[in-house]
Design a protein around this ligand. Structure first.
Ligand code: ZN
Length: 381
């Protein structure tokens, strides 16, 4: 990661978010990242073992589940990237739990058996990258193996997918003993998947999402014990997503015990062979409370990241300026501190964005700002 030219500007804007993280984090809480990658992706992104470990350290996470990216050397059947991930996990002193990534068209059952024998403790499926939709019976063998070997299957359920909910629901319901982790809050079809899989005893949802509302809504739809911390590096960062997790937990009024389950307790039970904790009812009703002032900030600020990712820098700057303007309010009411913190963070992000290597810290500040704006709730009386 390139360091921004203006390190102190970033550090200053970040400070209130870090202080809040420490305040909200329950003591003696294990943080486990359920979704991380190592190696190289076709899109040019990459992550090496020392980088991943230092990202985990920055968030205070000891353990993580790890699997390959969409590796250019994946043929045949992900063998080479899976072997690399297995080796890096062995070098990680027990911190990384390797999952094997599969291509359904290239002997997925054989590759799973090979990797489990070599120490893998889970399976990763990516229906967009590997271009499949669970409509036939081709994944039943893998699910059967996951059931009998008691290893979870993490499935990309984020952007860019054709409708696959029906096939996936049928497959999961044919294998009630399998633990399935739907990544990215199952945003590809969150409504259908959370409803249709409500009776499945082993479906988890990971919170690696860019838009906090996707995670907030999960708490209205599924038991809190089925929602797990995950950040998807190299695309996300554990420290940034930890802020999301803690803010959303506070907004949903999670107890310390349930917050611990969200941050790592549920995954620890799963990875350590204790089985999933019992599930309670979803916590929240259908609506959330958001101040009008912060809703305006959220609206503009949430458009900055997508504009930046699409290379439309002018649009990113314009939306950022609108968001900063929405933070200027001589009559801020109970939003005073939030508007001040977010306004300063977004102003700093605007300066960092145009500096060499400043895009990543800028996005980090924008992300934390939209998290704060979307989760601001009055303190319980
Ligand atoms: Zn991922």
């Amino acid at each position: 990661m390139v360091q921004p030219v203006n390190d102190s500007l970033y550090a200053q804007a970040l400070a209130p978010f870090l202080a809040e993280t420490e305040r909200l984090r329950p003591p003696d809480c294990e943080l486990i990242d359920a979704h991380t990658h190592l190696g190289l992706d076709e899109d040019g992104r990459s992550l090496a073992l020392p980088q991943l470990l230092s990202l985990l350290d920055a968030a205070g996470a000891r353990r993580a589940c790890v699997f390959p990216l969409h590796d250019p050397e994946r043929r045949p059947g992900y063998r080479v990237p899976n072997d690399r991930v297995l080796e890096w996990s062995r070098e990680s002193d027990g911190r990384l739990v390797p999952f094997c990534r599969l291509d359904p068209s290239e002997d997925p059952v054989g590759e799973t058996e090979r990797c489990l024998a070599a120490g893998a403790r889970g399976i990763k499926l990516h229906p967009r990258a590997q271009d499949f939709v669970f409509d036939g019976g081709e994944m039943d063998g893998v699910f059967r193996l996951a059931e009998s070997e008691r290893v979870p299957i993490l499935i990309h359920a984020g952007r860019g997918l054709p409708p696959l909910a029906e096939g996936l629901v049928d497959l999961a319901l044919r294998h009630p003993g399998a633990v399935v982790i739907l990544a990215h809050g199952a945003i590809c079809d969150q409504g259908i998947l959370t409803s249709a899989l409500a009776e499945h005893p082993g479906v988890l949802y990971d919170i690696s999402c860019f838009f906090p509302l996707d995670v907030i809504e999960l708490f209205a739809r599924v038991p809190p014990e089925r929602i797990v911390f995950a950040s998807d590096p190299p695309y996300g960062a554990p420290a940034t997503t930890l802020y999301l997790a803690l803010r959303v937990a506070r907004q949903a009024r999670l107890s310390d015990a349930t917050t611990r389950a969200l941050l790592g307790g549920t995954m620890a039970a799963l990875l350590d062979g204790d089985g999933l904790p019992a599930a309670s009812a979803p916590l929240r009703g259908a609506s959330i409370t958001l101040s009008g002032r912060l809703a305006r900030v959220y609206g503009y600020a949430s458009l900055v990241g997508p504009a930046l990712f699409s290379g439309i820098a002018d649009q990113a700057v314009a939306m950022l300026e609108m968001a900063v303007a929405a933070c200027r309010d001589p009559d801020p009411g109970e939003d005073e501190e939030a508007l001040q913190t977010i306004g300063a963070a977004l102003a700093a992000a605007g300066k960092l964005m145009v500096e060499e290597g400043g895009a990543r810290p800028a996005i980090d500040l924008v992300y934390r700002s939209i998290v704060r704006a979307a989760t601001e709730v009055p303190d319980p009386a």
